[in-house]
Ligand binder design. Structure first.
Ligand code: PAF
Length: 257
């Protein structure tokens, strides 16, 4: 695996698949690289903690950074080029800021104003510099994936399934901040799995809310069953455990509209 700092050092000899990340890599990121290999062996991963998508400076300061582990995991998962850009290359004096529009103000965007504007702005910039043919994003950040799909047509956006720990917790870079309260985060996936076994929408909503309410250490932000596309429902959940914001989602395949 080659490590590069400037995008001009990236190989241009074959179309690449791109896995943008903010580091603190885990098996979920490795699965994105595996997905990228379905398209090509030329897989570029970036690690850039994007200040523009953090509306809260404390959250940015606290975001986990594990550079040595990241390099090892990227190499072992099959990344061909690991790009570690400097801030100035991503954000030169003048760049176009992208608005995530109305969808960017809902759910995650309601609690984190401007978050998705920051995500779309950095992804657009990363795409401009890498020029990938494919780009892989996790379904765990479902709203992010949905918004990125609307960004441009020259990059094929590929979604990859959420990877979970054996006890159901969706892998997230933030999980290491949970510490001894980790077990309280399990209520999220327990609620999603239980709701997904229901075939009636109202019953699924009751199950979702009741299980989330059963753990006093989980502070709910939102828990909703939305229309992902005509006839397809998805439950989306966000909240805090031990001050750590967690999100998760699951397709509600048994509910028909
Ligand atoms: O999902 C992430 O890690 C980030 O939001 C992304 C897509 C790399 C943009 O900074």
């Amino acid at each position: 695996m080659k490590i590069v700092v400037k995008s001009s050092e990236l190989r241009r000899d074959s179309p690449c698949a791109f896995v943008p990340t903010m580091g603190a890599l885990h098996a979920g990121h490795a699965s994105l690289v595996t997905k990228a290999h379905e398209f090509t062996d030329h897989v570029i991963m970036s690690i850039f903690v994007n200040p523009l998508q953090f509306e809260n400076p404390n959250d940015l300061a606290r975001y986990p950074r594990t550079p040595e582990n990241d390099i090892e995991l990227a190499a072992n998962s099959g990344v061909s080029e690991l790009w570690l850009p400097h801030y100035d290359e991503i954000y030169p004096a003048e760049i176009e800021k992208i608005s995530a529009g109305f969808l960017g103000t809902l759910y995650e965007g309601a609690t984190r104003p401007g978050h998705f504007d920051g995500v779309l702005t950095v992804v657009q910039r990363l795409f401009d510099l890498v020029k990938p043919r494919w780009a892989v994003f996790g379904e765990k950040d479902f709203q992010q994936l949905t918004l990125i799909r609307t960004l441009r047509s020259d990059v094929k956006i590929v979604g990859a399934p959420t990877i979970r720990d054996i006890d159901g917790l969706a892998l997230s870079s933030r999980n290491i901040l949970l510490g001894e309260k980790r077990e309280h985060a399990l209520v999220i996936s327990q609620a999603l799995f239980a709701a997904s076994r229901e075939s009636d929408l109202t019953q699924a909503q009751i199950v979702l809310h009741n299980i989330l309410a059963s753990d006093p250490e989980f502070r709910k932000d939102y828990a909703e069953i939305i229309d992902e596309s005509p006839g397809v429902k998805r439950a989306i959940v966000a909240g805090w455990v031990n001050g750590v914001r967690l999100i998760d989602n699951m397709s509600m395949e048994r509910i028909s509209s």
